[in-house]
Design a protein. Structure first.
Length: 409
């Protein structure tokens, strides 16, 4: 008898019919003789609506506002957990719903993007031992001071993997609206190919570079705790994509997938005095304001006295980044600050890059042939990212997908 954690995303529980469909997936697993704990998202669109309500009332600039944001925004998952438990009851399957705090799933106090500290799995184990299905509200936990916390958008994936780790589950099945992880977002490239397997490292890069099919932290957690994760469709009856260790990933090509993100903005400081400590001077105030900087490029001036520095921050952080840099201007003594929100980051990802040379060249050539200018480049061992004008996002993704031979056979 195996213990399976099933997670149903927003579209998979979007209405009562789909909740019944999810309940049928639970029953199927039970009929195989397995025990099942379920993690649910809010019904599709509900979280967005709740966020909108909050934003209509508050600019979300204080800790107190974020605390109430979590109280409001976490409510969607509580509704679905109860509804799915009811759907199971109606099918004659005993089930018990749990809010995050009833598990309890304990988090830190960073409202809006809390991290999981621990999960006390006793109550869930007890429910399962009593022959029940445990239905847990995803995306939420409870802070040390007993307040609701949410885990960041897409956080139900992380709830599911964390629960699977805490329960020592045999597998964590992530049911969603696509039948697996594809070579790129199938909504942008209809010819994208479903992958049977993807290495954890590649999935981590894909997720953190914009592929929203799994929340980045869920992949990190699966890697760290050795959780077996499968991504599959709640609307089809077919195997999905299995996350595997790198040595088990059979993909031999240079590139496994392509990700894109429209979530970043470019900042350029020109005429910055070129002397030791300048980078620390620029990034210090940003770090203090809790702003993550992603891609960075510094020009070298021929005369060697002034330099330009270009980098990216999250679009949502841009205004705060500009404010922090303007405040530090008397110290930094840069000439100009320019910023652009209309940029996109396109990344090619694959463990194959470790053993194949020339990926960067192929990428740059492909973009050049399409007349797409590269603003910033950053690389790691298994990925290359470029920043381009946002209007070319789809063109770039499609061209690269084709150039690297990733389409369906
Ligand atoms: P859920 O609500 O089930 O959590 P999400 O919308 O968060 O679903 O994630 C699934 C979506 O991720 C898909 O509909 C797809 O558009 C998008 N996506 C982006 N990149 C990929 C990829 N490489 N493979 C599969 N889906 C992807
Ligand atoms: N409902 C939350 C969101 O939309 C969490 C999730 O779906 O994973 O971000
Ligand atoms: Mg999701």
């Amino acid at each position: 008898m195996a213990l399976i954690v099933q997670k149903f995303g927003g579209t998979s529980v979007a209405d009562i019919g789909r909740i019944k469909n999810a309940a049928a997936k639970v029953k199927k697993e039970l009929d195989l003789g397995n025990r099942v704990a379920v993690v649910v998202s809010a019904m599709a669109g509900v979280t967005n609506q709740l966020v909108k309500f909050v934003e209509e009332l508050s600019p979300l600039t204080t800790d107190e506002a974020w605390r109430e944001y979590d109280q409001v925004v976490s409510s969607g998952e509580q509704v679905t957990s109860g509804l799915l438990a009811l759907a199971l009851h109606e099918m004659g399957i005993p089930a018990w719903s749990f809010a995050g705090g009833q598990v309890p799933l304990k988090t830190d106090i960073v409202h809006g993007k809390a991290r999981i500290h621990s999960i006390d799995a006793q109550a869930i184990h007890k429910a399962l031992d009593n022959g029940m299905v445990a239905v847990v509200a995803g995306f939420q936990g409870i802070t040390p001071d007993g307040r609701m916390a949410t885990l960041g958008r897409g956080g139900s994936d992380t709830s599911a993997v964390a629960l699977a780790a805490a329960l020592h589950a045999d597998r964590c099945d992530i049911y969603t609206d696509v039948d697996g992880v594809y070579t790129t977002d199938p909504r942008i490239v209809p010819g994208a190919r479903k992958l049977d397997k993807i290495a954890y490292e590649e999935m981590l890069e894909m997720a953190s570079l914009g592929a929203k099919v799994l929340q980045t932290r869920s992949v990190e957690m699966a890697m760290n705790h050795g959780v077996v994760v499968q991504v599959l469709s709640s609307f089809a009856d077919a195997p999905g994509t299995l996350l595997v260790k790198e040595e088990e990933s059979m993909e031999q090509q240079k590139i496994t997938g392509i990700a894109y993100s429209r979530d970043e903005a470019r900042v350029t400081l020109t005429g910055v005095p070129d002397k030791p400590g300048v980078a620390a001077g620029i990034f210090g105030p940003l770090a203090e304001a809790n702003i993550n900087v992603d891609m960075i490029v510094q020009n070298i001036d021929e005369i060697g006295r002034v330099t330009d520095m270009t980098f990216t921050v999250g679009k949502a952080d841009l205004d705060r980044a500009i404010a922090a840099l303007e405040k530090a201007r008397p110290v930094l003594q840069y000439k100009d600050l320019t910023a652009d929100k209309n940029v996109a980051k396109i990344s090619v990802v694959g463990v194959g890059m470790r053993s194949h040379a020339g990926v960067a060249l192929d990428m740059f050539k492909t973009l050049a042939e399409k007349g797409i200018n590269i603003l910033v480049i950053s690389t790691s061992e298994i990925k290359i990212s470029v920043l381009i004008a946002e209007e070319y996002t789809e063109l770039a993704v499609r061209a690269l997908h084709q150039a690297f031979g990733l389409e369906k056979a």
